[in-house]
Design a protein around this ligand. Structure first.
Ligand code: CA
Length: 174
């Protein structure tokens, strides 16, 4: 049984990792996140205080055209180490605005400086709108990295709409 499915065991984010809640909960106001390159992101990425899942801040991703909207935390101090001998999955909180038109949200965990990573594609069909929900991928995706090293998170979608993200976690599956 994994820790996640055992209600008696609290699941810490980032087991054995020194990763900042300031960054992954956006409580630094988004400083740990980078605005993607212009060609890679036509959306607006902001870190407002009007709709947090927890704390003060969340990340708001807004696409005003049917082109890629992408944010990632590829800045110094925001990488986290993964071990190829271990298994991982991810969890995040998302607010899917009622105007969100894409069929999915696409989180990825990417090896630093190599743009090699793993996707955790998530359908949003059937998920509630205009409220915070927790998406946990353990049931559908447990991943063994091919390479140990430093990784970062990316989130993207590519149709008009707004999504808020907060409290991103990656954790080891036992
Ligand atoms: Ca937050």
């Amino acid at each position: 049984m994994s820790k996640l499915n055992n209600p008696n065991v609290e699941v810490p984010a980032f087991i054995d990792m020194e990763v900042s809640h300031e960054i992954y909960g956006f409580e630094d106001g988004g400083l740990g996140w980078d605005v993607a390159w212009q060609w890679d992101n036509v959306g607006e990425i902001t870190y407002p205080t009007n709709n947090p899942a927890t704390g003060k801040y969340s990340m708001k991703m807004e696409a005003t055209s049917d082109q890629r909207c992408r944010a990632y935390n590829k800045v110094s101090g925001s990488y986290f180490n993964l071990d190829s001998s271990k298994s991982y999955t991810i969890e995040f909180k998302i607010w899917i605005d009622s105007n969100y038109t894409d069929t999915n949200i696409f989180p990825e965990v990417i090896l630093s400086d190599q743009w090699v990573g793993e996707g955790f594609w998530t359908s949003v069909e059937g998920l509630p709108r205009d409220q915070w929900i927790t998406v946990n991928k353990e049931e559908t995706k447990i991943w063994n990295p091919d390479v140990s090293g430093e990784y970062f998170f990316s989130f993207r979608f590519q149709k008009i709409g707004i999504a808020f993200i907060d409290d991103i976690k990656i954790y080891e599956i036992e």
